[in-house]
Design a binder for this molecule. Structure first.
Ligand SMILES: [Zn+2]
Length: 344
């Protein structure tokens, strides 16, 4: 495999031409979109995973598009988007990302000892059984999937990347995540914040502060997006979204329904995040799927607690949650929503 497809983005060419290259990755997601732009400087946005097929795929994409990128911009630090950063730096590209992404890269680059205890403590305190915590620690070690850059450049929040191209703070899917808005060409590079037909994973990451509320920030990001004017969204996976407002609405409805479903699955029980995750995602019983399930359940629990619909307390060294009598209020809010269920 390697390069699956490369093609120009329609309607571009005032200041630069954008190309989408789809590269296969050795991960459950199977492939990722990276974007190339000619212009000054020539750019690569995201870079797939540290694997031979991805290295070959990227080089083939440069040839096919006729673009020799001088700068790599990383939208968010996940191994399907940032894995080859160090390798590309070695080829002479400068590597740039938001302050949060650079912080996360440095955190993971210090090796497993630096993050394992944080992950272990988090999942243990949220009720995950010991054996499953071991599996989660194993899948959290990305040292085989990422080559870390030595000298990443921090891009200013909401700052310019090139003429007519700005960085947009994009919380929700990943700590430090950013999108790129090419005002000159009318396109928005959305990383995994908005995807066609899929609901992006919004998780509460293990290293976050206790009051972090990624789902609230993500909802704020979606409503901010509605105020922007652009022709299409270029996502980190799948096809361009011409009807992007419909996708945004679908995702918003999905989250509201997920909150209602979580409250109903909790019922009158006192539950841990792990127990709720297993009720929402009964098939996610180990490894990466379980980590994603627990962190997503946590994002919803944090949101519901901050909305006053659930309570959180510590009991015997573990965090537990219980629904308040607020379900009817949430259901009232949802009464006008049409069901257009997304998957995860
Ligand atoms: Zn991705």
């Amino acid at each position: 495999m390697g390069l699956i497809d490369v093609r120009p983005i329609e309607g571009c060419g005032k200041l630069r031409r954008w190309y989408r290259a789809t590269i296969s990755v050795p991960l459950p997601v199977l492939n990722v979109n990276v974007y190339l732009a000619d212009g000054d400087p020539p750019l690569l946005v995201d870079c797939a995973t540290m694997a031979e097929e991805c290295r070959d795929g990227l080089l083939a994409a440069f040839d096919a598009a006729g673009v020799r990128p001088e700068r790599l911009v990383i939208t968010h630090f996940h191994p399907d988007h940032a894995g080859l950063a160090g390798w590309l730096e070695g080829l002479g590209l400068s590597v740039a990302a938001s302050a949060g992404t650079v912080e996360l890269m440095e955190y993971y680059s210090r090796g497993r000892d630096s993050f394992e205890q944080t992950i272990r403590t988090f999942h243990s305190k949220h009720g995950t059984p010991e054996r499953a915590v071991d599996e989660i620690c194993n899948v959290s070690d990305w040292s085989d999937l990422v080559s870390f850059p030595r000298h990443p450049i921090v891009l200013e929040p909401e700052g310019g990347v090139a003429a007519g191209l700005v960085l947009v703070d994009a919380p929700g899917h990943c700590y430090g995540g950013a999108c790129l808005w090419d005002k000159a060409e009318g396109v928005f590079l959305a990383n995994d914040q908005v995807l066609g037909g899929i609901t992006p994973h919004i998780g509460y990451e293990e290293h976050w502060a206790p009051k972090a509320d990624p789902l609230r920030e993500y909802k704020r990001f979606l409503s901010k997006l509605r105020g922007f004017s652009f022709d299409q969204i270029l996502p980190g996976h799948g096809e361009e979204l011409a009807q992007w407002e419909d996708e945004v609405q679908r995702i918003e409805v999905h989250h509201s329904l997920r909150e209602r479903s979580l409250l109903s699955l909790a019922g009158d029980d006192v539950v841990t995040a792990y127990e709720i995750a297993r009720r929402i995602f009964p098939d996610a019983d180990s490894g990466l799927q379980l980590r994603l399930a627990v962190t997503e359940a946590m994002a919803h629990l944090q949101y519901l607690v901050s909305e006053g619909l659930m309570e959180r307390r510590e009991e015997g060294g573990m965090f537990v949650y219980k629904a308040n009598a607020g379900i009817s209020a949430l259901e009232r809010d949802l009464a006008s929503c049409q069901v257009a269920r997304g998957n995860n």
